[in-house]
Write a protein that binds this ligand. Structure first.
Ligand code: MN
Length: 744
């Protein structure tokens, strides 16, 4: 039998030992398929290629992942390195297995170059986002582990690259998934190539020290075991030297000598349940002198990746300090194998309390989902999109950009610089020319083709792009670069909107006075200004035309009322009884107004505007007859006027009121602005108000502890429409996310 078959037989044996119910025939079929496809390919070591997938499957089996994962491990390089396809594997094995293999292939194709820390974090996120199924990550980690174990056959350059990648991407991911054992081995292997001198120094020094401490681990182990069994505690004690990288890091980052490092040795006491953990802790502190400030209770407060244990450092009789970790079997499984522990230890995760740090949220969900779920259900929950609202892509230099899900090359271009977006003439994704609408996928390498003679962005881009950043930058461009064009586009958009409303441009430009009034209503000095604003997208044509029609309707109504009033005057002087047409059922009959308010059934009464909701003309209002202070006017949507909250005994004191059509005086009202705090915010608010010609009474800005600011304003306006204009203007100030009226 050749080497490959020999190794396969050993693998099958250990698979069946771990899981007697495994389908040996199916697994063998995967081996034979991979063996056939890799054919005569050789590894750098000179061994047949198939040795590698078998070894990866072995590691996957050690993690006791499910059978699909083992089969996928055997097939994991087939799509990448042979003529086998996803469809072939789906047909011969299963679509699920084909997906796993394809997932691993995608991660294999990703290129990592060393980057800034912030970039690395994006890389790790992208790695996990691409995987979709956590088993893909686990298989890829096993693949990397075997490649690291056999790295000596690669070129110097390749060794350094792979080692760096392992240290910066793979080991942190293993850590995040709570897989300590795998992480330690990856780190030690990577260190050996990244800093061979440092690695061998630490290794040698450790060897020296352990010679001096000869027998320390064994003695201490027996010692602790004896004492605990005297106490009647059922437990296992393991002692070990800590892994090289953790000691290396402490020596170099804290510039300590080996003798100064407290926890060269770590002992683990594994017990049945949580009360036993604390019991053992008591015994250990009784046997040895605890080092002050080194006790940590990760059972009460687990680490974000789900890790639980009691940690303490004590000093043994020989004066050698060592760490003791105390945990239950179940905690031990989670500590060693992390999410993979699911397949090893399927019950009793219910009592885990896990960290809530956002970064680890999905791991927490993952671990939570392990409790009481049947395996199929669990696998399904592993497919949850971890970063579904983001997509991670590469620049040609290998920098990672995070964009909103569904982002296009346009978003990418503007995320680099507006100049790149504005001069974009084409885009390549993974080397192929694509259209601007193409949604980017995780791991894509995106390249923007620019030209000095580019015509600039097209208006359609604003609809295509997904990020506000791109949209704003495009809008800016139109505002600045294309005034003539904006005016022409704006005019035609505005005219077609008017037509919609049954108006013509001629109707609104009938007289200079009328046009002036209408333009004031939309706050523009000239029609060109209005067109330009519509053209670059600063104002919607619909809004502008709508407001003008409202204004014309209002002017028409005023005109009718004036005519009616004259008619009434004439009738009164001639002794006739007339009812004005505007006196509809709900509206009070016109009487004398006080402060611009007409109160039903009360003439010339005292009227004041409530402070809680500061109504202005145009707001639906209601009045309340106070004891001795006249009628207080509330907005109908003011909580204090809510019919549901009115006291029954005061029902008779609520009266109908209406605004008189005076249009003369101004009204005091209050606004509250919520915004991201920044320099110049209050100034921008004041400027916006003066641009709106709103009279400001008071302005009070308060910074909030969380980086936000609240600004309270008191201002005078003529009516609700003017107030709405002010609110719109304020809402456009950068950083402002909410403008609301007081009360209501
Ligand atoms: Mn591989």
């Amino acid at each position: 039998m050749d080497l490959a078959h020999e190794q396969y037989e050993a693998l099958e044996k250990s698979i069946l030992a771990a899981n007697p119910a495994a389908d040996a025939e199916r697994i063998r079929a995967a081996f034979e398929y991979a063996d056939h496809h890799h054919g005569s390919q050789l590894r750098k070591s000179g061994e047949p290629y198939i040795i590698h997938p078998i070894a990866v499957a072995e590691i996957v089996n050690e993690l006791e992942l499910d059978q699909d994962s083992i089969i996928a491990a055997l097939l994991h390089d087939c799509i990448e390195d042979t003529d086998s396809t996803h469809d072939d594997i789906a047909r011969l094995f299963s679509p699920q297995i084909a997906d796993l293999v394809e997932g691993v292939t995608k991660l294999t194709r990703m290129q990592y170059t060393s980057r800034e820390d912030e970039q690395m974090e994006n890389l790790r996120k992208m790695f996990m986002a691409m995987a979709k199924d956590v088993r893909v990550i686990l298989i890829k980690l096993c693949d990397r582990l075997h490649n690291m174990r056999t790295l000596q056959y690669q070129s110097d350059k390749k060794q350094k690259e792979k080692a760096l990648e392992t240290m910066e991407v793979y080991a942190p991911i293993a850590h995040r998934l709570g897989m300590q054992k795998l992480k330690w081995e990856l780190e030690d292997l990577a260190l050996e190539y990244l800093d061979p001198v440092g690695y061998h120094d630490v290794k040698e020094e450790l060897a020296n020290i352990t010679t001096i401490h000869a027998g320390f681990v064994e003695n201490m182990q027996t010692h602790i075991e004896q004492r605990l069994s005297e106490e009647g505690v059922n437990c296992r004690v393991y002692g070990r030297l800590k892994h090289i990288y953790s000691i290396y890091r402490k020596m170099y980052t804290q510039s300590k000598t080996l003798n100064e490092i407290f926890d060269l040795y770590a002992f683990r006491v594994i017990v049945e349940d949580i009360p036993a953990c604390y019991n053992v802790l008591g015994c250990v502190h009784d046997m040895f002198k605890p080092v002050l400030g080194r006790f940590k209770d990760y059972i009460g407060t687990p680490k974000p990746n789900g890790y639980q244990s009691l940690h303490t450092t004590v000093v043994g009789r020989e004066g050698i300090p060592f760490e003791v970790q105390i945990r239950t079997w179940q905690m031990h499984q989670t500590a060693e194998y992390g999410v993979a522990a699911h397949w090893k230890y399927k019950e009793g995760m219910a009592n885990q309390k896990l960290g809530t740090e956002r970064e680890f949220e999905w791991v927490r969900k993952l671990l939570e989902s392990q409790q009481d779920a049947d395996p199929d259900e669990f696998v399904r929950t592993l497919r949850v999109d971890m970063f579904s609202d983001e997509v991670f892509v590469f620049t040609p230099n290998g920098d990672v950009k995070s964009l909103p899900a569904g982002a296009t090359p346009i978003d990418f271009a503007y995320s680099i610089h507006s100049a790149v977006g504005n001069s974009m003439t084409g885009a390549r994704v993974n080397g192929r020319i694509v259209t601007f609408e193409t949604p980017l996928k995780n791991g894509d390498i995106v390249e923007i083709v620019t030209s000095k003679s580019a015509r600039g962005p097209s208006r359609d881009w604003m609809k295509i792009c997904k990020s506000n950043e791109a949209r704003n930058k495009i809008r800016q461009w139109f505002k600045k670069e294309r005034r003539e064009e904006n005016i022409a586009t704006g005019r035609s958009m505005f005219e077609s909107e008017l037509k919609h409303l049954g108006l013509t441009l001629g109707a609104i430009t009938a007289s200079a006075d009328l046009l002036d009034t209408l333009l004031k209503r939309v706050r523009f000095g000239s029609l060109d200004e209005l067109y330009a604003a519509i053209g670059y997208g600063g104002l919607s044509a619909q809004k502008a035309a709508g407001r003008m029609r409202e204004e014309m309707t209002r002017l028409g109504r005023l005109e009718r009322q004036r005519a009616e009033h004259e008619a009434i005057q004439a009738a009164v002087s001639s002794g006739e009884t007339v009812y004005p047409s505007s006196a509809k059922g709900t509206a009070p009959a016109p009487r004398h107004s006080v402060n611009g308010i007409i109160v039903e059934g009360l003439d010339n009464c005292m009227v004041k505007f409530s402070k809680c909701c500061t109504p202005v003309p145009g707001d639906p209002v209601v009045g309340f007859i106070t004891k001795g202070y006249g009628v207080s006017i509330h907005r109908k949507d003011c909580p204090n006027a809510d019919p549901a909250r009115r006291k029954p005994e005061e029902a008779g004191r609520w009266v109908k009121v209406a605004w008189a059509q005076t249009g003369e005086s101004t009204f005091r009202t209050s606004l509250e602005i919520s915004a991201k705090d920044r320099d110049g915010l209050a100034l921008d608010v004041a400027m916006a108000l003066s641009a709106q010609k709103a009279k400001l009474n008071t302005l009070a800005a308060r910074s909030q502890p969380d980086g936000y600011a609240i600004i309270n304003l008191e201002l005078f306006v003529q009516d609700q429409r003017e107030l709405t204009g002010v609110i719109n203007k304020l809402s456009q100030i950068p950083g402002v996310f909410l403008v609301r009226r007081a009360g209501g």
